[in-house]
Write a protein that binds this ligand. Structure first.
Ligand code: ADP
Ligand code: MG
Length: 234
């Protein structure tokens, strides 16, 4: 179906002979998609496949019609990822360099990339950060830099892997507001059902397999009950 921006077909992924994702089939056109599942269920692995960082052992992933595994340039342009830990994402010593790098990779010249970085920083009330060393930033501020660096590249699909973990309540609240205001398709990975307010669809993964995919109000209550049952068994 071409009316869906994301198509995952027959995706299986193995690492060192361990199957981390098994025969995943799904498609969606939702703007806000949540991904839930226990630790180790394969959520982060799925995120890495969606942005083309790893190739699935079998199957295909199409985003806006492009094969993100086969076409890294397409994936870079159309899909952005925010890792759980900003220290695993940030590679440059200053905020400006970090933001410029992605847009330069997409073909902007140095001056244009600098202007893009300045613009995005001022949009987020951080106009003075351009030369700021990354090591002077808090964890939450580093998360914001990652988000700004991704937004500067204007991807139409953003995957966020546990973006709120490690953030204090006000910083998480600010991040949530920022994300709510975005026009992009957003996939939010979290094991916390409280983070999916206003979401359209939920993908529930168990042991690498698709357990359920559907409207938020149909899938989330079952997940919450299942997790509660596990707590009760402790
Ligand atoms: N780099 C890796 N090498 C080998 N196995 C890995 C690696 N990263 C994750 N795994 C394994 O893949 C499975 C899925 O992990 P992951 O996708 O991180 O799950 P989640 O994000 O849902 O916690 C787990 O069994 C984990 O141990
Ligand atoms: Mg994970």
């Amino acid at each position: 179906m071409t009316d869906r921006f994301l198509h995952i077909e027959g995706v299986t992924h193995k690492r060192e002979n361990v199957t981390v994702l098994r025969n995943l089939d799904l498609s969606t056109n939702a703007k806000r998609i949540g991904v839930v599942g226990r630790n180790g269920s394969g959520k982060s692995s799925l995120a890495r496949l969606l942005v083309g960082l790893e190739a699935p052992t079998a199957g295909t992933i199409r985003v806006f019609g492009g094969d993100v595994t086969a076409d890294r340039a397409f994936a870079l342009k159309h899909v952005g990822i925010i890792f759980q830990n900003p220290d695993q994402q940030i590679i440059f010593p200053t905020v400006g360099e970090e933001i410029r790098f992605g847009v330069e990779n997409l073909g902007q010249g140095k001056d244009a990339a600098h202007q893009t970085a300045l613009r995005i920083l001022s949009n987020f009330g951080a106009a003075g950060w351009i030369d700021k060393p990354i090591y002077t930033l808090s964890h939450g501020q580093k998360h914001l830099v990652c988000l700004m660096a991704i937004l500067a590249m204007q991807p139409k699909f953003i995957v966020l892997d546990e973006p709120y973990s490690g953030l204090d309540i006000p910083t998480a609240g600010r991040m949530r507001k920022l994300l709510n205001g975005l026009d992009q398709h957003i996939m939010l990975i979290s094991h916390n059902p409280g983070e999916f307010e206003g979401f359209e669809e939920i993908i529930w993964i168990e042991e690498g397999a698709l357990h359920e995919h559907g409207p938020c109000d149909e899938v989330l209550p079952g997940y919450v009950t299942a997790m509660q049952e596990q707590v009760d068994q402790c």
